[in-house]
Structure formats: structure tokens, C-alpha cells
Design a protein around this ligand. Structure first.
Ligand SMILES: [Zn+2]
Length: 282
């Protein structure tokens, strides 16, 4: 999970580029007539984003120049997302993902664009670059049309949320139902910020990261056991295991905070039960 710089192209330029790809003149004119309203909605989006208030976003009933919500969805689906005339904008947003990794989970291949506020409910921002996030297909699928609102905290927005840079993801190794180790993830801030904590928990829940991180962590546990049986050959001591796990945590997280790999290897390193009782390291 990591933050990204917002796309450099603004809402007006992206909208007019999408409208230009429409062949039918009368339809193009209607979209052009709707552009001030679209701009107003994009401006409102920016205010909510800057103030961290996406819960207050009001879904729209778009009806301008004969264009309804569905017309704004079509502008994205039929023009923006597939026309050659908007390819540079689309690709620019998608290629901004660091090492092509999805910012929501930090792990998947960012091959798609997600509407942070769903396009079916927020018609004015369907082609607003700040509402389009490069994501992996799993995150896009799990989020679906998630809409923040009262009692439904907003997931982190990679362009606007600084919480990506605070350490908050921790893990522990516990004994699972059949006595084998399981990694449990938890959200924990060093100081109490209940609102932020609720958002972080919701981020983990909406993208099913508890389960997805848990699955990947299970592979790390397997890998380490295999390593003990092969590479080291001789009995490994707890001390050597801890040193190995410390380096692995650093190496695999690249020093990034809130990396499931970093949290997993630190949890393995710190669990006496895992190292002593389960792996039986002396
Ligand atoms: Zn993802």
C-alpha cells in the first residue's frame, strides 16, 4: 500500500479530450454544454479529497442538456476507456503506479483503473483523473461500487491520503486451529486516532486484505520451513533464525511501511511460540 502523486492532467482537459472522441455532432454538443456542471462536480470532489471527507460525497442525479447519469457512465465506458484519442491520458494514469504495483494492496499488478467514487453514482466525475486510480484486478473486483457514507468510512485514496506513510499494519503469528502457524494482521496506530483507525480497518476489509495478506503470509511460513529443511541443512538456532527473518523483513518490504511481507517476517521473528515450540529451534 502506498501513496501516489495525483495525475497531472486536470478534470477539464480530460473531459474535453473524452468529448472530442464522440463522432456524433449533436451528442458532442450536449456533452460540451454539460461541461460547467461537470467541472462543478469535479471541484466538489477535490474539496472533499483535500479535507478527507469522502463520506460526505453526495451521489448525483445528473440531468443536464438531456444527459443523464447513464450518459456520463457511457462517456467513460464507450469513449474514455477505449478510444485512441484518450489513450495517452488513460495510460499516463495507469503507468504512474510504482513498479506497476497496485497502491491499494501494494502487491497486485496495476492493470486497470478504479473509480474511487463509483461511476454509477457520481456521474460528474466519471472521467476526472483524480477519481481514477491504477489498481490490480483483485482490488477493483473486491471494491466494486463501494461508496463511503455515514458509518461507512472511505478507503484510503492513494492521491490524497498521507496515512500510507504512517506505520499502522502489524502482524502476529498465532497457533491456528490444527496447531500450525497462522499470521494475523491488525491495524494499530501509535497514537489513538479513532476516525483514521476506522478508515484503515475499512480499507483492509473492503479490499479483503485480511484474507489476502493472510494467504500470502501462509506462503512465507511455508517458504521458511522449506528453507530450514534445505538451505541450512544443519539445525538452525533461534538466534540465527531471528537474524535471517530480520534481514528478510527489510529486504522484502524494501523499507516500506505497512508491507505485509515486512509485518509477516517481523511477526515470525518475534514469536517465541513459532520459533521455539513450533519450529523447535534451540
Ligand atoms: Zn490491489
Amino acid at each position: 500500500m502506498y501513496s501516489l502523486n495525483p495525475p497531472s492532467i486536470n478534470a477539464a482537459d480530460a473531459y474535453s479530450a473524452a468529448v472530442k472522441t464522440i463522432k456524433k455532432k449533436t451528442l458532442r454538443a450536449a456533452y460540451t454544454a454539460a461541461s460547467p456542471t461537470v467541472q462543478t462536480k469535479c471541484d466538489a470532489f477535490e474539496v472533499l479529497a483535500t479535507n478527507g471527507q469522502f463520506e460526505l460525497a453526495e451521489s448525483s442525479k445528473f440531468d443536464i442538456a438531456g444527459l443523464l447519469d447513464s450518459a456520463m457512465v457511457e462517456l467513460y465506458d464507450k469513449q474514455f476507456s477505449r478510444n485512441q484519442g484518450t489513450a495517452a491520458i488513460r495510460n499516463g494514469i495507469r503507468n504512474a503506479a510504482k513498479n506497476a504495483l497496485c497502491p491499494y494492496c501494494g502487491e497486485g499488478y496495476a492493470s486497470e483503473l478504479d473509480h474511487y467514487l463509483p461511476k454509477t453514482q457520481f456521474a460528474g466525475t466519471t472521467v476526472h483523473p483524480a477519481n481514477l486510480v491504477p489498481v490490480c484486478s483483485d482490488c477493483n473486483f473486491e471494491k466494486r461500487a463501494y461508496k463511503p457514507g455515514p458509518g461507512k468510512p472511505a478507503v484510503l485514496h492513494p492521491y490524497f491520503d498521507t496515512a500510507f506513510d504512517l506505520p499502522w499494519l502489524t502482524a502476529t503469528v498465532v497457533s491456528g486451529p490444527v496447531g500450525t502457524p497462522v499470521v494475523d494482521f491488525k491495524v494499530g496506530l501509535s497514537q489513538p486516532f479513532p476516525e483514521l483507525e476506522a478508515r484503515l480497518n475499512q480499507h483492509m476489509t473492503v479490499f479483503k486484505l485480511w484474507k489476502r495478506f493472510g494467504t500470502w503470509a501462509a506462503q512465507s511460513l511455508d517458504n521458511f520451513e522449506t528453507l530450514l529443511k534445505t538451505e541450512y541443512g544443519q539445525p538452525m538456532t533461534r538466534q540465527r533464525a531471528r537474524e535471517h527473518l530480520r534481514i528478510t523483513a527489510l529486504q522484502q518490504s524494501g523499507g516500506r511501511v505497512n508491507s505485509w511481507e515486512g509485518a509477516t517476517h517481523i511477526a515470525m521473528r518475534e514469536s517465541n511460540w513459532y520459533l521455539s515450540s513450533y519450529l523447535k529451534l534451540a
